[in-house]
Design a protein around this ligand. Structure first.
Ligand SMILES: [Zn+2]
Length: 424
């Protein structure tokens, strides 16, 4: 009797636990999952006011193609601090920093770089993976150390080569074995020839020393300094370029050799290049003086990098395949430095990022109402027919979806996707 009672109680307990778990993670709705292949390309700091004139000139054909067959909008960033690690974590979780725990680059008390193990909210790739969708995550900010995913994770730290005083950290990839396979794909700035980057600059237009010497003294000094800084700027450019080249090579390798349902690629070059060269491109809009040499040499660098980013987008879309759903987003826009002491800092960031989405079930109506970086995760969950967490701070971008799709997959909610502490 006692034994039977014990079993009955255990069974009852199991049923209760299962029911609770179902309530929490929304199982039982598994049949509602939408099968789709999904590519997300994150372009840090991509700014509409720079994108739009390039679109008009036909210089961003791949972005244009997605905009033509899908929807696009201005994507409201986080205020007041537009710090990329904070925002990309909000995009990945649908939650504001008070819930996801990544409030800055550094921990305010320990001054250590904030890392993925500090994040206190689950990501959309984790949720999708749990539902059986295979995922690849490449380069996403604050993704080191690599977490276990239902697929592959290449962390943001992978791009840094080992140095004698800085060996490679652990957990650069998940699984660990992936590291040896992709290490040869890492591009370092020293391996980039000048000829590979010359398309981004007008070096032939640089002011000559003789020309500078004919200027009034103050201007002469400014130009001479700008001339002597040219090589350094190009070296720094190579560093950003190497990072994007690295993550592109890894993405292409994984898409070809180890394809997954979902592929997420983060590229930082658009932001890095803007911090460095925005003032040379839009000198009238910024509060800093720009040397004539910089205007001549770097005046088109940001625009040309945007074209390069568009090429990378095109390659990823082509590689990932027709019929996939494609999302492009940036965490914030860009407006350039307002004063010399803001130069290069986060104050250069603008309030509105870029969002484009195209694929099955998505309307092809062009511009829709402004949305927020908080809405990325809820919208991705809806793309897969999954409920959104009531504890998320964003909403599904309803205007992006076709009516028929929403009828077949009405937005559902569950209390949370988070796993209670005692069950972790
Ligand atoms: Zn930035």
């Amino acid at each position: 009797m006692i034994g039977q009672f014990g079993i009955a109680r255990a069974t009852l307990g199991l049923v209760v636990v299962t029911l609770l778990l179902c309530l929490v993670i929304g199982c039982g709705n598994r049949g509602g999952d939408v099968e789709r292949r999904f590519l997300l390309v994150g372009l840090d700091g991509l700014e509409w006011s720079a994108v739009e004139p390039l679109l008009e000139k036909g210089r961003l054909p791949n972005l244009q193609a997605l905009m033509d067959r899908g929807v696009w909008c201005r994507l409201r960033s986080l205020e007041p601090k537009r710090k990329s690690p904070v925002i990309w974590t909000t995009m990945a979780t649908g939650k504001l920093p008070d819930k996801h725990g990544i409030s800055d680059y550094f921990d305010p008390t320990t001054k250590k770089l904030l890392t993925s193990n500090v994040r206190s909210a689950r990501t959309f790739w984790d949720i999708l993976g749990e539902r059986g969708h295979t995922v690849t995550v490449i380069g996403w900010l604050v993704s080191w150390p690599a977490e276990e995913v239902n697929g592959y994770m290449v962390t943001d730290y992978f791009r840094y080569p080992p140095k004698p005083d800085r060996p490679l950290p652990e957990k650069l990839t998940y699984p660990d074995e992936l590291l040896a396979e992709i290490e040869p794909l890492r591009v370092v700035n020293k391996s980039i020839a000048d000829s590979e980057v010359e398309r981004f600059f007008n070096l032939a237009n640089a002011m000559s020393g003789e020309e500078a010497q004919r200027l009034p003294v103050a201007e002469m000094f400014r130009e001479m300094r700008a001339i002597s800084d040219l090589d350094g700027h190009i070296e720094q450019f190579k560093d950003f370029f190497a990072a994007d080249r690295t993550f592109m090579a890894v993405a292409q390798h994984i898409i070809r050799k180890r394809p997954t349902d979902v592929c997420i690629v983060y590229l930082r070059g658009t932001d890095s290049v803007s911090h460095k060269f925005w003032a040379a491109g839009w000198p009238g809009d910024v509060g800093v003086e720009v040397a004539e040499t910089d205007l001549r040499v770097f005046g088109e660098t940001v625009e040309r990098y945007y074209e390069y980013a568009d090429e990378m987008l095109g390659e990823l879309v082509a590689e990932f395949g027709d019929g996939a759903t494609i999302m492009v987003c940036s965490d914030h826009g860009f407006e350039g430095p307002r004063s010399p002491n803001e130069r290069g800092g986060i104050k250069d960031h603008g309030p509105l990022g870029v969002f484009v989405l195209a694929g099955a079930g998505i309307r092809s109506v062009g511009e829709i109402e402004e949305t927020s970086v908080r809405d990325i995760t809820p919208t991705i969950l809806e793309l897969f027919g999954l409920p959104i967490g009531d504890d998320m701070d964003g909403v599904v971008m309803m205007e992006a979806f076709e009516e028929g799709y929403l009828r077949a997959h009405p937005v559902r909610k569950i209390p949370t996707y988070e796993i209670p502490e005692e069950e972790k």
